[in-house]
Design a protein around this ligand. Structure first.
Ligand SMILES: Cc1cc2nc3c(=O)[nH]c(=O)nc-3n(C[C@H](O)[C@H](O)[C@H](O)COP(=O)(O)OP(=O)(O)OC[C@H]3O[C@@H](n4cnc5c(N)ncnc54)[C@H](O)[C@@H]3O)c2cc1C
Length: 404
């Protein structure tokens, strides 16, 4: 009797999961992508209309399929979605949609009739992958996996600070994930909270879309970079410096910023006091300028102090002032939300991030791979593409060892 080998399950059909599945398939490993939404690229479908990749088309392609030239240098959101759809089709990826994986457990022994190792053979005794994994999924499903790639996204669950008075705030408060375009805010007074790439871009979008007043609440002054200078994209500099010591990159970053970005202190946006790369290492990448500098200098985006609390219809700022915008858009980031899935396996650090990524798997959880949980200066698409190849190589190597 032939037994059906267990596949490698990849959780999440974003760029990270699709890249991993394609790289596995290219090495002859059966990979099944499980996606909770009804198609690939769910995160990109939800992003605001104006969004473009701030990393270049060429440096954002996933393994085995370049992005078409007609997408231009800075690829639009819709073209990213198109590319991900094409990518899954081109690589003939096995995709199961509408299924959410809720918890991953080590398999104590292979289920009846599934004793093979889908990563190419091996019975779990000699390939370092233990007995594989059981994925508990929606609808009471239990999926037996030889190995698992977790690609559920760095920006998984929206994070909204627990500001005092937030729940009784009388104005309109929404997270940036719910923002699509400036139309509903034409003629309105809007406060954008948080000056990461998303907050900065939404503020500019609102100005260009006819908002009457746009303020930007800033807690920590950001590093701002030109997206490209004389044709040289900032991403390429990020790739070049990424292995250098943080202190050196911090110094280089300060020099480049002085030469290329005007001092906006007089407008309420001082130069940051901590170094650019030190901040990246803490998880905060620089803001790529897509209009913020001009908008701040022109007075159309007004930096204000951080939000402290809400009080009835008022927003209370850290400098004690109170304002009453028509809408507050919180560009306050996301959480990984991996606790339910793998928190019980001891594979997360104190901030809820995986302790390992790419080809490395946790000692106590062999065969569990993570991709897309860092926020590198060199671009996430690029890093996920590199990690996909490394993961596929590691899985195939283990499988070959098991089969030998
Ligand atoms: C506004 C914005 C702009 C960005 N711009 C760039 C850029 O220019 N260049 C760049 O390199 N990076 C960029 N990034 C960062 C990063 O590349 C993207 O967030 C990218 O989509 C991450 O890919 P991913 O596959 O890791 O996660 P996602 O694209 O978020 O995909 C995760 C998938 O997993 C699914 N999922 C989650 N949990 C489960 C579960 N339990 N079971 C089943 N399915 C599940 C989700 O539905 C989703 O489809 C940007 C991020 C944001 C937020």
């Amino acid at each position: 009797m032939t037994t059906q080998p267990r596949p490698v399950y990849v959780i999440g059909a974003g760029p990270g999961g699709l890249a991993a599945a394609a790289a596995l398939r290219a090495r002859g490993v059966r990979a099944v992508v499980v996606e909770k939404s009804d198609g690939v690229g769910a995160s990109w479908r939800r992003h605001y209309d104006r969004l473009r990749l701030h990393t270049t088309r060429r440096l954002s392609a996933l393994p085995g399929l370049p992005m078409p030239r007609r997408f231009g240098r800075w690829v639009s959101r819709d073209d990213v979605v198109r590319y991900l759809e094409k990518y899954a089709e081109f690589h003939e990826l096995e995709l199961v949609t509408g299924v959410e994986v809720t918890r991953i457990e080590p398999a104590t022994s292979g289920p009846e009739g599934e004793s093979g190792n889908g990563a190419g053979g091996g019975n779990g005794d000699g390939d370092g992958d233990g007995d594989g994994w059981i994925l508990h999924a929606s609808g009471g499903r239990e999926l037996a996996a030889a190995a698992v790639v977790i690609a559920t996204g760095y920006n998984h669950t929206l994070a909204l600070p627990d500001w005092p008075g937030r729940d009784t705030y009388e104005g309109r408060l929404l997270h940036a994930r719910e923002y699509r375009n400036p139309q509903p805010y034409a003629g309105q007074d809007v406060l954008v909270v948080g000056v990461g790439n998303t907050g900065a871009e939404i503020a500019v979008d609102l100005v260009e879309g006819g908002a009457a007043r746009v303020r930007l609440a800033v807690r920590t002054a950001p590093h701002i970079m030109r997206r490209s200078t004389a044709g040289w994209p900032a991403q390429r500099s990020g790739i070049l410096v990424r292995r250098l010591p943080a202190r050196l990159v911090d110094r280089l970053g300060a020099l480049v910023a002085k030469a290329s970005v005007p001092d906006l202190s007089a407008y309420g946006l001082p130069r940051p006091t901590t170094g650019l790369y030190s901040r990246v290492k803490q998880g905060s990448i620089p803001v790529q300028d897509v209009g913020l500098i001009d908008a701040v200098r022109g007075g159309t985006v007004e930096p204000v102090a951080a939000v402290e609390a809400f009080d009835g219809a008022e927003v209370v700022l850290a400098d004690g002032s109170r304002i009453t915008p028509d809408a507050v858009i919180a560009a306050t980031g996301y959480r990984r939300a991996l606790e339910g899935l793998v928190g019980h396996l001891g594979v997360l650090d104190e901030r809820g991030r995986p302790r390992t990524h790419g080809a490395r798997t946790p000692e106590q959880a062999p065969g569990l791979y993570f991709t897309g949980f860092s926020n590198p200066i060199s671009g996430m698409f690029r890093e996920m593409a590199l990690d996909a190849e490394k993961i596929a190589k590691a899985v195939a190597r283990r499988a070959a060892k098991g089969a030998a």
